[in-house]
Structure formats: structure tokens, C-alpha cells
Write a protein that binds this ligand. Structure first.
Ligand SMILES: Nc1ncnc2c1ncn2[C@@H]1O[C@H](COP(=O)(O)OP(=O)(O)O)[C@@H](O)[C@H]1O
Ligand SMILES: [Mg+2]
Length: 246
């Protein structure tokens, strides 16, 4: 990575028809930072992340990833910039017709020419750090528990050593105990790999463990941003409404 801010977003605006979702959002992600985005359902958290992944083109604004504005550049530069990012989608979203090892090494086999043996070895080395047993490598996602599916999704995201990881609701659909284990795993993985992360969550209890900085989306804008500690002390109405549910 060349620039100080791995991600730099300026004046990002997204609408669907007349429906304004995000209005002039500014945010950045610096090295080794773990940014957590919260906000009520429908506030545009996933839309924001999809823009950062290059899956959705905003109406206005710029998104610089390592200095490259992925909104206003050509396809090749955009794809190269996006190679720095590993993603787990909301609901895990594994490929259900592929085994665990095929899921984890999807990019390696598809784009980087790994053969079966090399891919399986790679998958094995990744899952060992995620407290997964090697016996699951040949299983299909439907044969795994919800918590294991999330771990496999994390394994896929980190497989080709990205600089930035995105997690969209990594604990949704899990019981609270498994959710906590997954949050801890994300925290450990981010720290161990020395990468930066953006995590979207509705799980307020995970903030203290996961976030170095928090952004609260509300009413198409960033309503509050700061450190988890300051959030607990904040007198901001919208923040306080959120913390009641903590
Ligand atoms: N492709 C789309 N077309 C139209 N509306 C969309 C689309 N994607 C998301 N939206 C709308 O944008 C709003 C924000 O969605 P989303 O970012 O998924 O919310 P959340 O904060 O729960 O992740 C919602 O009102 C949703 O219906
Ligand atoms: Mg969402």
C-alpha cells in the first residue's frame, strides 16, 4: 500500500430512483485500523460497503483505494485496486455447490492457476488458524453449522492475503455465544495479519472488542464517529438510542 489512508471516500452519494440512501458521506480507513459501521436496518450500511467493493456505482463522489479512485477510473485499474480487499458477505454467501476447500481457494484456482493439490494445501494452512478441523475441507457448506460457515467465509476472505478485510454482519443468524466467538476470531485475525478492517454490525456488544473507531449511519449521513470509549460517554441522541440496546 502506498498511501496513508488505505481507503478515502469523499462526498459519496447513492440513490435508487428518488430514494436517497447515502448523502455526501466522507470517511477514511487508515493502516491497521478496525472501523465498525453501525446503523439501523435499511440505513445504507451494505450499500456503502458494496460501493467500496466496486459492486455499486455511486451517483456522486470518489472512493480512493490505495490512491486509485475506483469510481472514476478504468476497469483494469479498478480491479487491481480491489485486489487489496477481502470480503465476507452478509449471510456468509458461500458457493453451495463447491466444497469447503474449493470455496476457500476460489480466487487462487480461478485466477491464479493453483492446481488441486496446491489449493488444498493452501486451504489447510488457512483453516488451521481459524480453529477449523481439516476433515471439513471436503464437505459442502450445507453440511456445516452456521458458525463453521462463517469461519469458512473468513478463510476465503483472507486466503490471498488482502490488506483490507470487509465483514458485512459477520454474526447475523448466529446464537450470541457463537457470535462472540466469531467476533473474537475476527479481532484476532485482523491483529495477527496486521491488516485493516471494516465491519458492519448490528451487534452493539461487539464494538468494544472489535472497533478502533465507530461510524454511526443515520438518515443518509454519518450521524456520529469516534472511539468506542467516547461512544459510551456520548450525549448524542442517536448514539444513546443505540446504546440502550447494548
Ligand atoms: N439494488 C437496490 N435497489 C433499490 N434499493 C436498494 C437496493 N439495494 C438497497 N436498496 C435500499 O437501500 C436501503 C439501504 O439498504 P442496505 O444498505 O441494504 O441497508 P442496511 O443498513 O440494513 O445494510 C434500503 O432501503 C434498501 O431497500
Ligand atoms: Mg445490510
Amino acid at each position: 500500500m502506498k498511501t496513508k489512508n488505505l481507503i478515502d471516500v469523499k462526498n459519496l452519494s447513492v440513490s435508487f430512483g428518488n430514494n436517497i440512501i447515502l448523502n455526501k458521506i466522507n470517511l477514511h480507513l487508515s493502516k491497521k485500523e478496525s472501523l465498525v459501521i453501525i446503523g439501523k436496518s435499511g440505513s445504507g450500511k451494505s450499500v456503502l460497503l458494496k460501493c467500496l467493493m466496486g459492486l455499486l456505482k455511486p451517483k456522486l463522489g470518489s472512493i480512493k483505494i490505495d490512491g486509485v479512485d475506483i469510481v472514476n477510473t478504468n476497469r483494469i485499474d479498478k480491479e487491481n485496486a480491489l485486489k487489496n480487499i477481502g470480503v465476507t458477505f452478509q449471510n456468509g454467501a458461500l458457493f453451495d455447490s463447491l466444497t469447503v476447500w474449493e470455496n476457500i481457494t476460489f480466487k487462487e484456482t480461478r485466477f491464479f492457476g493453483f492446481d488441486k493439490k496446491a489449493a488444498k494445501e493452501k486451504a489447510l494452512s488457512i483453516i488451521q488458524n481459524l480453529e477449523l478441523d481439516k476433515n471439513i475441507l471436503e464437505l459442502y457448506p450445507s453440511e456445516l453449522s452456521g458458525g463453521m460457515q462463517k469461519r469458512v467465509a473468513i478463510a476465503r476472505a483472507i486466503c490471498d492475503q488482502p490488506q483490507v478485510l470487509f465483514f458485512d454482519e459477520p454474526t447475523s443468524g448466529l446464537d450470541p455465544i457463537t457470535g462472540k466467538i466469531i467476533n473474537d476470531l475476527i479481532y484476532k485475525t485482523v491483529k495477527k495479519l496486521g491488516v485493516s478492517a471494516i465491519t458492519i454490525t448490528h451487534d452493539i456488544s461487539s464494538i468494544d472488542n472489535l472497533a478502533s473507531r465507530v461510524i454511526l449511519l443515520d438518515n443518509n449521513k454519518i450521524a456520529w464517529s469516534g472511539k468506542p470509549n467516547d461512544m459510551n460517554k456520548s450525549k448524542n441522541n442517536i448514539v444513546m438510542q443505540f446504546l440502550i440496546n447494548k
